[in-house]
Design a protein around this ligand. Structure first.
Ligand code: DGL
Length: 261
């Protein structure tokens, strides 16, 4: 495996682009190979078996592309398939996910606090954040709300205030001391979420923490791309659509290509 090989990043759609952006900001010399599985979106209302099947097929493409690390830039895919994915690709290829880095951060900075978590139906029902927080003895009280209409709205690159307001006014989120965006898509409407709370609530997600963890991992394994090498990013989706193209152009000024799993 050469240091100049790309970092594979995937999500069901545009959400993982926020993670890819954070990676690129922290690791500008690294090349990314991004897959958005828009043909199978949303993952949040699928079964564990379906999500695992999608994820394995995506990983096979990333392996063919010679990716040196795989980043699961999707909380739902992490909840459903992080463990089977590591087995699928073997232990020589590091797989990291967007949930683990934020757990340690919350444990350090939010002990004793009550936090809200908005996420897909799958992630909320799987209770992955809750379990990982408990396992790490983080002493955080989580109030979880599934917000399934947000992903299709964000994926279409549209904004419908009443959908967001209906969710954020849910009594379960009353008196929270911070809100975890437990779906990578939601970072794209962070500003609207902050506006709803009059900028008075801490909004948290794992993208930047993941990028920092990835940086350390590449250094530890001596796999980091050299500052002198030029990076090249590639963005692909399983179904080409205007929303994905628009967000990719906005965040990366890049075109999107089709990929078949
Ligand atoms: N971006 C994915 C996540 O972080 C989302 C979702 C979906 O396809 O439902 O969970």
């Amino acid at each position: 495996m050469q240091n100049s090989h790309p970092i594979g990043v995937f999500d069901s759609g545009v959400g993982g682009l926020t993670v890819a952006r954070a990676i690129k900001d922290i690791l500008p010399y690294e090349s990314l190979y991004y897959i958005g599985d828009t043909a199978n979106l949303p993952y949040g209302n699928k079964s564990t078996k379906q999500i695992q099947d999608y994820v394995k097929k995506i990983a096979d493409v990333l392996l063919q592309q010679g990716c040196k690390v795989i980043v699961i830039a999707c909380s739902t895919a992490t909840a459903a398939a992080a463990e089977i994915l590591q087995d699928h690709v073997g232990n020589d290829l590091p797989v990291i996910n967007v949930i683990d880095p934020i757990i340690g951060y919350l444990k350090q900075y939010y002990p004793g606090k009550t936090l809200g978590l908005i996420a897909t139906q799958y992630t909320v029902e799987a209770a992955t954040y809750n379990r990982k927080l408990e396992e790490s003895k983080a002493n955080i009280h989580l109030r979880c709300l599934a917000t399934p209409l947000l992903v299709p709205m964000i994926e279409a690159d549209t904004y419908q205030p009443h959908i967001l307001e209906t969710y954020l006014s849910d009594p379960i989120l009353r008196d929270i001391q911070g809100l975890i965006l437990g779906c990578t898509h939601y970072w794209l409407i962070k500003k609207q979420i902050l506006d709803y709370f009059n900028n008075k609530l801490e909004i948290l997600n794992g993208a930047e923490l993941l990028a920092l963890q990835l940086k350390q991992l590449l250094i530890d394994k001596k796999m980091n791309s050299l500052a002198t090498s030029s990076s090249q990013d590639y963005f692909a989706t399983t179904h080409l659509d205007a929303g994905f193209q628009a967000v990719t152009e906005r965040l990366f000024q890049q075109k999107v290509y089709p990929v078949t799993l």
